[in-house]
Design a protein around this ligand. Sequence first.
Ligand code: ADP
Length: 190
Amino acid sequence: MYNIVLFGPPGAGKGTQSEKLIEKYGLTHLSTGDLFRKHLGEGTELGQLAKKYMNEGRLVPDEVVIGMVEDKINETKDARGFIFDGFPRTTAQAEALDEMLSHHKLQINGMIALDVPEEVLRVRIKERGKTSNRVDDQDDEKINTRIKVYLDETLPVADYYASQSKLQKINGVGEINQIFNDITSVIDSY
Ligand code: ADP
C-alpha cells in the first residue's frame, strides 16, 4: 500500500507520469485538477464555484478542495493506495491530508517532486493549450499567475514533506520513460 504525493509546477508532467504509475502499481489517481474539470463539465455547484478560480489560474479555496478530496477518499473502497496529483497545493491542505489519512490509519509514504525549469514549463503549457481546451493553458497572463501561485503558495508544501524526510526530487526533463524509471526507483525503495 503506497500513498504518494506527486508534486511539481504546472506543466511538470504529473498527469503523464500518474497514468503510468497507476498502471504499474494499481493505485487510485486522485487529481484535484481533473476532479474540478469533471465538476465543471457536469455543471455541478462545485464546478460553478471552482470555475472562476481555475480560469484565472488562482487556487480554489482550501476548504472546498479539502472537502472534495475527503469525499473521494471516503468513497474509494479497497484502494491499494493513492497518487495525489495537484494536491496538496498549500500547507493547510497538506496538514488536512495527514489528518484525513490518519482517520483511516494511513499515511503518506513520500513526496516525489518533478523538477522542471520555468522556461520549459511555459513551452509545454502553451503546446498543451493548442489541444487541451483549457482556458488556463492559453494565455501568458494566466500561465504567469499559475507559476507565481506555485512559487508563493505551493512550493512551501515541499518543505512540509522535507521536514518529515519524505521529499525526493527527480529531474523532470528528458524522456518520459526515463523519468518514469527514476520515479519507480524511489517508490520501490519505500
Ligand atoms: P496544473 O498542474 O496544470 O496547473 P491542475 O489540473 O492540477 O493544473 O489544476 C488546474 C486548476 O485547478 C488550478 O490552477 C486551480 O485553480 C485548481 N486546483 C487544482 N488543484 C487544486 C488545489 N489542490 N488547491 C486549489 N486549487 C486547485
